[in-house]
Design a protein around this ligand. Sequence first.
Ligand SMILES: Cc1cc2nc3c(=O)[nH]c(=O)nc-3n(C[C@H](O)[C@H](O)[C@H](O)COP(=O)(O)O)c2cc1C
Length: 217
Amino acid sequence: MTAHDLDLAGLGAPERPGLHPLLAGRFSTADFDPVHEVGDATVDVLLDAARRAPSAGNSQPWSFIVGRRGDPVHARLVGHLSAGTRAWAPAAGLLVANLAQILVEDTDFDYSEFAHYDLGQAVAHLTVQAQSLGLSVHQFRGFDRAGAESEFAVPPHWQITSMAAVGRSAVPERRPTPRAVAASTTPVRRTVDEITWARHPRLSRRPRAHPAGPGKP
Ligand SMILES: Cc1cc2nc3c(=O)[nH]c(=O)nc-3n(C[C@H](O)[C@H](O)[C@H](O)COP(=O)(O)O)c2cc1C
C-alpha cells in the first residue's frame, strides 16, 4: 500500500480487495428464468441509468428498442435473432436493441467519432444498474442487423449496434450449463499487468492481444 492508497483491506471481492461485488459477480448468463418478468418501472430505471452515461460533447448518441417478454416489440425482436441466440435470449424478461447514432441525419458525416464508444458506456451503466437489482445482462451480436433495422424503420443515420437480454438468471453464478457452453461466454481475462501499457513505477510492457482474438472467447 502506498501513502496515497485507500485502505481496501476487507472491502469488496476477496480476490481483489476494493473491487465492487457487482463487478466481481457479474457474468453473462445464458440461463434466464423463463417465468420472471421485468416490470415497467424497472425498465425505466435501467434506461435512466443508461442515459446518465457520459458521452463525447454530451452527444448522447444512443437509443433503445425495448421488448418485454410477451409484448409485441419482444416478439418482433425475437424474429431477428440468430438460431444460436434464439436458444437462450427469448427466455429473458427483456430484450433490448442498442442503437448508436452514427451519421448526421441526411448526410454522410459522422455524428460523433465516439458514437459506438458512448453507446457501450451507456450499456455498461445499464448492466451495472441491472446487476444491482438482481438482474443479469447478456449482450450479443447474434441477430440479423439489417432485418431488425428494417423491422423498426431505423433510418440510415442510426444503427442497431448490439442487443442485450436482461432478466433474472436461473443460476446464481457462472456455470457450464449446456446453454452457457453453447453461448461460449468466458471468465478468462487478460491480467491487470497485461492490459497496462505504461504505469510508473512498474516495468511497462506492451499489452498483448487476447490469444483467442476478438469474437473467439
Ligand atoms: C458487443 C458484444 C457482443 C457480444 N456478442 C455475443 C454473442 O453474439 N453471443 C454470446 O453468447 N455472447 C456475446 N457477447 C458476450 C461475450 O461473449 C461475453 O461478455 C464474454 O465472453 C465475457 O463473458 P462474461 O460477460 O460472462 O464475463 C457479446 C458481448 C458484447 C459486449
